[in-house]
Design a protein around this ligand. Structure first.
Ligand SMILES: [Zn+2]
Length: 81
């Protein structure tokens, strides 16, 4: 049984291991700068946090500007295969 998502917004996946610097990246759709250090929630909101073995494994956030859903992966130093 498949659940149809209420909103058909685009979901982008960002691999943090492929980002240079402090982990900031621009929204794949609208180009807004999204920085993990930005806690104002003006640019993005955190929707979901997945923790594995007490470590942050995955973060889902939404861009406030264009409404895109962005999944951040690659927090863990050892990639799971
Ligand atoms: Zn955006």
């Amino acid at each position: 049984m498949k659940k149809e998502a209420a909103k058909k917004s685009m979901i982008y996946t960002i691999d943090l291991t492929k980002i240079d610097g402090d982990g900031a990246f621009s929204c794949p759709k609208c180009g807004s700068m999204i920085s993990p250090d930005d806690e104002t929630e003006e640019v993005y909101q955190i929707i979901e946090t997945k923790v594995k073995n007490d470590e942050l494994a995955e973060l889902t956030l939404a861009c406030n500007k264009c409404g895109s859903t962005i999944r951040l992966v690659g927090f863990l130093s050892q990639p799971e295969s």
